[in-house]
Design a protein around this ligand. Structure first.
Ligand SMILES: NC(=O)c1ccc[n+]([C@@H]2O[C@H](COP(=O)([O-])OP(=O)(O)OC[C@H]3O[C@@H](n4cnc5c(N)ncnc54)[C@H](O)[C@@H]3O)[C@@H](O)[C@H]2O)c1
Length: 253
């Protein structure tokens, strides 16, 4: 039985990922600032430790506790993240610092604490949730976008330093229908986003969870230093022209 730690697993992508691993029989611990809701009957159990992943000392203590209790640390998914919709002229310093603390330094602190245990153990897999927002400009999320680009840099660097004992990868989702997305997008904005995605829709959290499950598995044993993009084709071309052209221009035979 693997020991799997996932941050931000009380909601959205993290919650779906925790359930995916727990259903497969893994022992799963959720590090989150908010409590998960009670599991429905038949749902596998996921332990919750109240941890702010921006607090490196608290993260180290939580991983020490998990390691002492289970004797292992096999997979860590640094998924907790926050965003604030604001234009570059209006970004408040406190917001930008908090977003960086949680989204970027939170991943670094969690991965470092885990890597110390995993290198001593001789094996482990470090994963994180980046975003297509780190791959190109998306208006009103400059600080968020920068943190997600930073996760890719962490992925490559950790992989180089920790191979071959520890594998490292991140998933860059496109639009995923989660509470985070629903909190910031009106139905009109969701529809407009769907129209820009070749797949024509948002991803379900389970579709991102499946990617994490694969990356943690032995099937992915040659995958390290890698960013896996799962975006329904959103970044396959220039966003608007890629989809717009395909629908507007009649096929040439
Ligand atoms: N939803 C999307 O479209 C989308 C797309 C790309 C990437 N992402 C990324 O996926 C990850 C999960 O997002 P989601 O959409 O599931 O969001 P969500 O808001 O549904 O869930 C995020 C979880 O993280 C927790 N959290 C926030 N700050 C924390 C902290 N400091 N310490 C511990 N836990 C904390 C929250 O309590 C919540 O349970 C984030 O990193 C986000 O940036 C989301």
């Amino acid at each position: 039985m693997r020991t799997v730690v996932i941050s931000g697993a009380s909601s959205g992508i993290g919650q779906a990922t925790a359930r995916r691993f727990a259903r497969a029989g893994d022992r799963v611990v959720n590090l989150d600032v908010t409590a998960p809701r009670d599991p429905e009957p038949g749902e596998p159990s996921v332990a919750w430790l109240k941890v702010d992943t921006a607090d490196w000392a608290a993260v180290r203590a939580a991983l020490r506790q998990v390691h002492e209790e289970t004797g292992r640390l096999d997979v860590v998914v640094a998924n907790a993240g926050i965003s604030v919709r604001h234009g570059v002229l209006d970004i408040e310093e406190a917001d930008a610092r908090r977003i960086t603390d949680v989204n970027l330094l939170g991943v670094l602190g969690l991965w470092q604490a885990a890597a110390r245990i995993m290198t001593a153990q001789g094996s482990g897999v470090l994963l994180a949730t980046a975003s297509v927002n780190g791959r190109r400009g998306y208006p009103f999320y400059a600080d968020y976008n920068a943190t997600k680009a930073g996760i890719v840099a962490l992925t490559q660097t950790f992989a180089l330093e920790l191979s071959p004992a520890v594998r490292v990868a991140c998933v860059s989702p496109g639009a995923v229908l989660t509470p985070m997305q629903l909190a910031e997008y009106t139905q009109e904005m969701l529809d407009a986003t769907n129209a820009q995605i070749p797949a024509g829709r948002h991803a379900a959290p389970d579709e991102i969870a499946a990617a994490f499950f694969y990356l943690a598995s032995a099937d992915a044993r040659f995958v390290t230093g890698h960013e896996l993009v799962i975006d329904g084709g959103e970044t396959a071309g220039a966003t608007t022209s890629a989809h717009g052209t395909a629908t507007a221009v009649p096929a040439v035979r």
